[in-house]
Write a protein that binds this ligand. Structure first.
Ligand code: DQA
Length: 147
């Protein structure tokens, strides 16, 4: 069984991008951590990062065919993208929304998420470790162990 891990625009810069907000871990670290946690629980991970919205939509559509759930940090698209939200709603897979920083404590334009109400798991402000939390909670939902 497989999960799709989606990282949105600018997350390729993790590790060097505003480290006081996002820390020093890289996108490679994020993908490795997510893969390791999922593997322990019997899932593979297919990882995609893109700065292009359409590439993310195509990956989400393709997940319909062979993934059991989606872990996504939509990055700035969280706050702007109806099409990303529609793609997630459209494929109907369980979704975990992750943000490295605590978006609720930042600028007001980061307080609204177009994705939040199509996601069943929400993890914010745990840094890169939040991806591990998201995988665990999403797999609980998929396997029916969520309380
Ligand atoms: C982010 C928060 C977003 O507001 C921001 O645009 C990002 C990263 C986070 O992981 O904290 O690019 O999703």
């Amino acid at each position: 069984r497989r999960l799709l891990l989606v990282n949105g625009p600018n997350l390729n810069l993790l590790g060097t991008r505003e480290p006081e907000i996002y820390g020093s871990h890289t996108l490679d670290d994020v993908e490795r951590l997510t893969t390791e946690v999922a593997f322990e629980l019997g899932f593979e991970v297919r990882a995609v990062q893109s700065n292009h919205e359409g590439v993310l939509l195509d990956a989400i559509h393709a997940a319909r065919l062979d993934c059991a759930g989606i872990v996504i940090n939509p990055a700035g698209l969280t706050h702007t993208s109806v099409v990303l939200r529609d793609a997630l709603a459209g494929v109907g897979l369980p979704v975990a929304e992750v943000h490295i920083s605590d978006v609720a404590k930042r600028e007001s334009f980061r307080h609204h998420s177009y994705v939040a109400d199509v996601a069943v798991v929400h993890v914010v402000g745990e840094g890169v470790a939040g991806y591990g939390t998201a995988v665990r909670r999403l797999i609980e939902v998929i396997t029916g162990q969520a309380e």
